[in-house]
Design a protein around this ligand. Structure first.
Ligand SMILES: [Zn+2]
Length: 289
């Protein structure tokens, strides 16, 4: 619901609208609560099941989708800018209030995905299984980034798994789940196992053994920035191991303190970085459609 203010502003400013900002905001709250109720995420007698959406409610939902299409296509292009993509594979998704999620069509390079190219079911069974499993299990997760960067894949192949060593690893202390490799994720049984691996809501990252990783966020910015730092923390871990020198492991108490600090609003992953990353795209203007 973090974008509701913006959506309400767009709605009351839209052509022919007679709505005030506070009326639009209230309508937005109402429609999103109704959708959460229909998905079984909140229980309330105020919202009977199967009520048709009014034109105004549909208007709000359309605006939400429009906004998220723009932001998600930017997330793909930002991933490409940092060289964290893998041809047309890997996937980033966002959940919409109606319970569906937007994702890559799976056939385009990440710098060639515009708002209108995003789809609601990718047709890529792997993408659908992984993302659906997490959204079904974790009602707090609104965005997922799944990547196979070289450092994270290498760490996913280590028996020791991920080990937090430097400051950038603070958001991941005791928050990384592990999921064994089952081959290409294409069956419903694996979906259940994936759900099991992430059901603890402290988990913000899933290390998928011999495969890659996923990060989870309450916003797209949070999930993406977590992915960036997880990749960096894995690079640090590998660089340290490669020296063959004795590692100076961080003090447990300091590590726990840093982990707590990473939850403060001003240090929350994405809070400062996401808008700056989005601006980076228009500055470089390399994307043309
Ligand atoms: Zn994968």
């Amino acid at each position: 619901l973090s974008d509701l203010g913006e959506i309400a502003k767009m709605y009351c400013l839209s052509e022919g609208s007679k709505w005030t900002f506070s009326d639009s905001f209230e309508l937005g709250c109402q429609v999103m609560q109704k959708k959460l109720h229909l998905q079984g995420i909140i229980i309330s007698e105020e919202f009977p099941n199967q009520v048709e959406d009014t034109p105004e409610e549909l208007g709000i939902l359309q605006l939400e989708e429009q906004r998220m299409r723009v932001e998600l296509s930017e997330a793909y292009r930002i991933t490409r800018e940092f060289g964290m993509d893998e041809l047309v594979w890997n996937h980033i998704s966002v959940l919409l209030s109606d319970g569906s999620f937007l994702i890559t069509p799976g056939s385009r390079m990440f710098d060639d995905i515009g708002p209108g190219d995003l789809v609601k079911s990718s047709g890529n069974i792997t993408a659908d299984i992984i993302h659906e499993a997490v959204y079904k299990t974790r009602s707090d997760v609104k965005a997922i980034v799944h990547l196979h960067t070289p450092a994270t894949v290498a760490v996913s192949c280590l028996e020791m798994g991920f080990v937090p060593l430097a400051q950038e690893a603070a958001p991941f202390v005791s928050r990384v789940g592990r999921h064994p490799w089952h081959g290409v994720s294409n069956d419903r049984e694996e979906q259940q196992l994936l759900g099991e691996s992430v059901k603890d809501d402290k988990i913000n990252t899933l290390l998928m053994e011999n495969h890659g990783f996923c990060t989870f966020g309450r916003t797209l910015g949070e999930a993406w920035v977590l992915a960036f730092y997880f990749d960096k923390a894995c690079q640090t871990q590998l660089s340290c191991l490669q020296t063959g020198q004795k590692i100076n492991y961080p003090n447990e108490r300091v590590l726990a303190h840093a982990a707590e600090q990473s939850l403060l609003p001003e240090f929350l992953p994405g809070a400062c970085e996401w808008d700056a990353l989005r601006k980076m795209l228009t500055r470089s203007s390399r994307y043309r459609r």
